[in-house]
Design a protein around this ligand. Structure first.
Ligand code: PGU
Length: 405
């Protein structure tokens, strides 16, 4: 039978999902999935925060909650509290009514809505992302009609920031270009600029009239502290100029599947903010009408209540501390095995991932012979490790590094 869709070509493989599926289909009982950035418990199980369970109980008991459509921009309290989370308690920009926030579908949805708005209303369609970056960034921005370029970010030689390359590339970007900056806990490298470096980045971004678009998917996951991890963004906002911020509650509240996040746009004046708001609402209405209610209600319940907020930050710090001890255990296990090479980057890198330095051949061998899955660029999700699985991972890394240089 003839298909009118027969000319559709298969999509290229997704670098994260393809290994994720390969792991899912591996029948081995000892397989270890370190592909996606999700935090697992010490028992290797998906982890729901206590405070999230409590908020859900509270919502279930509150009969005044209903399931009506939310407004186009979502829950008003959620938006206020989300702006406060990233911009701080006494943000001048908020006081001056030049900040607009929209509840969106987690970090990805916030990036997508922001990109769609920029593709329609920003004079410059070029968007710069770090090299390397989260594999979905190019998809999100290309699909919105922006043209994706890369700026240098990571130096494999030093396993650190290629700061000189970064400044050169941003310095050579066309005026008005959009620049994606990961606010903290850079995915996949685990390498962030220092505050002095952020200040230099800010200066070059502003002097070239580039438009910063912060991807804030890991607030709290770098230092364990919500405010410290917001410093880079606040540095930019303090200069009075404009930026966009996509915030995700996927990782820091463990609300991955609830799809809850926000897009905040900081404008130069209240008048600009009003116009921007009206256009973003049009984008939202055409894309999905209004955002979903449940996840935003959980977040709002937690952020609104000072006891719950405090409990959340304690649980968040607990996740970060467990990740830090997994880094230390893995590093020590490799040292103990005398694994060739310097592995100190494992304890220097921050956030949910470690960019191990394993090459694609070694990664494939890890999957084939050891049933341990990570992305082909050698990224492992430290949040997926436990004291039980660290020795197996160290054995496997030792074996593949000894076999393939
Ligand atoms: N921004 C960055 C830098 C991310 O790493 C991720 C998720 C997101 C945004 C979007 O997350 P939301 O869940 O939409 O809030 N990174 C995960 C996602 C797994 C995947 O399928 O790509 C990761 O493992 O890199």
């Amino acid at each position: 039978m003839n298909s009118i869709l027969s000319s559709v070509l298969p999509a290229p493989e997704d670098p994260i999902l393809s290994v994720y599926y390969a792991c899912r289909d591996d029948p081995s009982p000892v397989k270890l999935n370190l592909t996606a950035g999700t935090y697992q418990s010490e028992e290797g199980k998906p982890h729901v925060l206590e405070v999230v369970r409590r908020a859900e109980q509270q919502l279930a008991n509150d009969l005044s909650w209903n399931k009506e459509y939310l407004p186009l921009n979502g829950l008003a309290d959620f938006n206020k509290l989300s702006a406060k989370l990233i911009l701080g308690d006494d943000s001048l920009a908020v006081k001056e009514n030049r900040v607009v926030t929209f509840q969106c579908l987690s970090g990805t949805g916030s990036l997508r809505v922001g990109a769609e708005f920029l593709a329609q209303h920003h004079q410059q369609r070029v968007i710069f992302v770090p090299n390397p970056t989260w594999g979905n960034h190019p998809n999100i921005f290309n699909m919105a009609g922006l043209s994706v370029e890369h700026y240098r970010y990571y130096d494999p030689e030093t396993r650190g920031l290629d700061f000189k390359g970064l400044l050169e590339d941003l310095g050579a970007a066309p005026s008005g270009a959009i620049v994606v900056l990961q606010a903290c806990a850079h995915n996949p490298t685990g390498v962030d600029p220092t505050f002095e470096q952020w200040e230099k980045i800010r200066k070059i971004v502003r002097s070239k009239s580039l438009l910063p678009f912060f991807d804030n998917a890991y607030q709290g996951f770098a230092s364990g502290d919500i405010d410290s991890d917001a410093q880079a963004v606040r540095m930019f906002v303090a200069d009075g100029d404009e930026c966009l911020i996509a915030l995700s509650y996927g990782k820091n509240m463990g609300l991955y599947g609830e799809r809850v996040g926000s897009l905040t746009i900081v404008c130069k004046s209240e008048d600009v903010a009003k116009k921007v708001e009206s256009q973003v609402l049009l984008v939202v209405r055409a894309m999905y009408l209004t955002p979903p209610i449940h996840g935003a209600a959980i977040v709002t319940t937690i952020l609104k209540n000072s006891d719950m907020y405090k409990d959340w930050t304690i649980e968040l710090k607990g996740m970060v501390d467990r990740i830090l001890s997994m880094r230390q255990e893995l590093y020590e296990a490799l040292q103990a095995r005398g694994t060739p090479g310097d592995w100190s980057h494992i304890i220097k890198q921050i956030g949910m991932f470690s960019f191990t330095g394993l090459n694609e051949k070694q990664v494939r061998l890890m999957a084939k012979e050891h049933h341990i899955y990570m992305t082909y660029d050698g990224r492992i999700s430290i949040g997926g490790l436990s004291s039980k699985t660290v020795p197996r991972l160290a054995d496997a890394i030792h074996a593949v590094v000894t076999r393939i240089a």
